[in-house]
Each structure stands twice: as structure tokens, then as C-alpha cells.
Write a protein that binds this ligand. Structure first.
Ligand SMILES: [Zn+2]
Length: 178
């Protein structure tokens, strides 16, 4: 969980910059693009919802769908899910980044998740990127450091399609943080 001995203590902003930081509230409002360049098809929305329901609703985080997303000001919609590959290197299936810091330096007011289309939006990958959006790290950015493939990382293992389960360690970190 952000911050760790690797990440530094201040939330990073910008596409593929730094490390994932925390979301700014235990009430997590999320939106999935429904039109335009980054639209998720119905089946992909269903997959993301299933991962949120199965892995994150049993935590201290309360997820709410925001059908009227807010993209400016101090109370932006917390997580915006996009389907697309713009800006992603060929080797990368998905990424999460903060575009607006929250209030205390550790957290982000609005996180973006972008995952490639055509079958890349899986339950495991939705769990993985949603984990980043609430501050969970890969193994080599964790304290203590772990191999990126360590099964204790649950769905935060790399490659990102490896495990469906959030796992007990991540759940404890989330519950201790929020
Ligand atoms: Zn990752």
C-alpha cells in the first residue's frame, strides 16, 4: 500500500508516472466510459463490476457507480475506467494513473484505469488495476519487497492476468488504510 520505502511519500500524477497512490475516501465513486474513444462494451463493464463486487465490496471500501461523473473541482469521480491502448507500450496490457491529487499528499482525487480492448479486460486484470487505483503496489515496490510473481500479492501479481483473488494481505492493507 502506498506509500512504501520505494514509492516516496507524495502522490504522483500523470500518465505512466511514478507509483499508484491512495484514493481519497473510503467511499469510491467510479465510472466506466460509455461512449467515445474509451468506451467499454457491455461485457467488459460486467467483468469490471464482477471484480469490484467479488474482491472490493468485502473490504472497508464502499464502491458506488457514478452515472454523472465529475472531471473537475475538488470532488471528482474517483476512478474512471477506460478501454483502449492509447499511449500503452506493446508489452503493457493496462495502466492506472492519477490526474489530480487529493488533499493530503498521499491520495488522489481522480484515478484513471486504461486497459486494452479485445479480451484484455479480464476479472483478474480488473482486480489488479482497481488495486492500483486504491494504492496497492507490485511486489518490487512493496514493503517488504517481494517478487512480482509472489502469490501473496493476489491479483496484484505481474503479469496482471495471473490471479483473480485480491488476497488476504491486500485486504488487510486496504482495511487498515481506509
Ligand atoms: Zn500493475
Amino acid at each position: 500500500m502506498f506509500p512504501t520505502s520505494v514509492t516516496g511519500g507524495t502522490c504522483w500524477t500523470g500518465f505512466r508516472t511514478g507509483f499508484p497512490c491512495q484514493t481519497d475516501n473510503s467511499a469510491v465513486y467510479f465510472y466506466m466510459d460509455s461512449n467515445g474513444e474509451y468506451e467499454l462494451e457491455a461485457t467488459d463493464k460486467s467483468t469490471v463490476n464482477n471484480a469490484i463486487d467479488g474482491e472490493y465490496r468485502p473490504t472497508a471500501l464502499a464502491f458506488h457507480y457514478d452515472s454523472s461523473p465529475v472531471f473537475s473541482g475538488s470532488g471528482e469521480t474517483d476512478i474512471i475506467y477506460q478501454e483502449g491502448s492509447t499511449g500503452l507500450p506493446d508489452s503493457v496490457a493496462g495502466t492506472t494513473w492519477c490526474n489530480a491529487k487529493g488533499g493530503d499528499g498521499l491520495d488522489c482525487d481522480q484515478q484513471y484505469i486504461r486497459i486494452r480492448g479485445n479480451g484484455y479486460i479480464t476479472y483478474a486484470r480488473s482486480c489488479h488495476e482497481t488495486g492500483h487505483a486504491v494504492g496497492l503496489q507490485h511486489g518490487d515496490n512493496s514493503s517488504p519487497r517481494l517478487l512480482n510473481s509472489d502469490s501473496r500479492l493476489g491479483c496484484l501479481v505481474t503479469p496482471s492476468d495471473g490471479h483473480n483473488d485480491l488476497g488476504a494481505n491486500n485486504r488487510e492493507n486496504v482495511n487498515a488504510t481506509y
